[in-house]
Design a protein around this ligand. Structure first.
Ligand code: SF4
Length: 377
């Protein structure tokens, strides 16, 4: 089983925290969609013999696609890949794009899961982050999608926003759960260097909340989501049982996925690829039937580090028997020594051959994983 990820590199406006690849110039959208369809054709052999169980349109903002553009990409997938066992088709959307007309045509496609970029139910925070929608649009987008019959809905929420009190964060979470969504992705605001917030921070014009405040909001997220019946199946992802995202789960479990579109990443066993993050260069390459991508072969140490880093973030943890069988005795021996102190402190819990982070350990996931990293010889 493998996945297909399509990156739609357009947005109405730049959110001040966003580090994804996108352009706000929409005039050549149709031409870029044709290039994506061409890339899907040129790379069809990369998943030959594989069946696709998950399609994910992300971005950027897929909800800026017209119906015609959506079908140009979807038909290129159907024509070139085996989707006979498709289990999930996720489409990312922003609330301000989800008009009745839009939802009506989307409902008649193969899309069965909507991921809505809400980020906050507070106008003051939406403005602060330069989001293009209001809190009212955020609520209504979820309600309308449900009314129209799209039942699998995930939303994104951000915590650690400067000035956001705990009470406001709790009310964001309560609002989310009252909308009867079945999945929530929630991230702490970070200051990436090439974003508006990152540049302001460099000039000391923006300061994030203290780490302990963000940690308290993360803890509240864990507790309230659990009380609402959600399972934290990955550090930043919470799903109702049976509503975990197949796309995300495949990624964390090391399944192959093909990423198409400018800036998209692909993964195949032992190999990582990434497309150029420049829309014009991307289109020019495809006009010449050339793939605008770079490839990196992953050493055994790279693959081990990736396995530990992604595995520890999930509720399934890392499997010592898998490490022994796939990476060898030296690796399994070493990780036992490297992570022993975290078992002793209770941040890691041993469940037979599996090691998973405890609730407390989830606050230190990156640090714990890096203690086990192996340096390339
Ligand atoms: S957060 Fe989403 S909508 Fe905002 S700029 Fe980034 S990709 Fe576009």
């Amino acid at each position: 089983m493998a996945g297909i990820y399509i990156h739609i590199p357009f947005c109405k406006q730049a959110c001040y925290y966003c580090n994804f690849h996108f352009s706000t110039l929409l005039s050549y959208k149709e031409k870029l969609v044709a290039a994506i369809a061409k890339e899907l054709f040129l790379r069809k052999d990369s998943l030959a013999g594989e069946t696709i169980d998950s399609i994910y349109f992300g971005g950027g903002t897929p909800s800026l696609l017209s119906e015609k553009e959506f079908y140009a990409i979807y038909e290129a997938i159907l024509k070139n890949y085996d989707t006979s066992s498709l289990k999930e088709f996720t489409f990312e959307a922003n609330p301000d794009d989800l008009s009745d007309t839009f939802l009506n045509w989307l409902k008649n496609t193969a899309v069965d899961r909507l991921s809505i970029g809400i980020q906050s139910f507070e106008d003051v925070h939406l403005k602060f982050m330069n989001r293009a929608h209001t809190a009212k649009e955020a609520y209504e987008s979820v309600q309308k999608a449900k009314q129209i019959g799209i039942n699998r809905i995930s939303i994104d929420l951000i915590y650690g926003i400067p000035g956001m009190e705990m009470q406001t964060w709790e009310s964001n979470l309560t609002n989310a759960f009252s909308l009867e969504i079945d999945h929530l992705s929630s991230y702490c605001l970070t200051l990436e260097p090439n974003t508006v917030f990152g540049k302001l921070a460099k000039k000391d014009k923006m300061i994030l909340p203290l780490e302990e405040n963000s940690s308290s909001q993360f803890e509240r997220l864990q507790n309230l989501s659990e009380a609402a019946g959600f399972v934290q199946y990955e550090i930043s992802n919470f799903g109702k049982p049976n509503a975990f995202a197949i796309h995300n789960t495949n990624y964390w479990n090391g399944a192959s996925y093909l990423g198409v579109g400018p800036g998209a990443h692909s993964f195949f066993p032992g190999q990582r690829m990434w497309n150029i993050s420049n829309n014009q260069h991307y289109m020019r390459s495809l006009e010449k039937d050339e793939l605008p991508l770079e490839t990196e072969s992953l050493s055994l140490a790279d693959q081990f580090n990736e396995y530990v880093m992604t595995g520890l973030r999930t509720m399934w943890g890392i499997d010592l028997a898998f490490i022994e069988n796939n990476f060898g005795h030296d690796y399994s021996n070493q990780i036992r020594k490297d992570l022993e102190k975290h078992l002793a402190s209770g941040k890691l819990i041993a469940k037979e051959n599996k090691w998973v982070l405890s609730k407390e350990g989830k606050f230190f996931a990156d640090g714990i994983a890096s203690d086990a990293f192996v340096i390339n010889p």
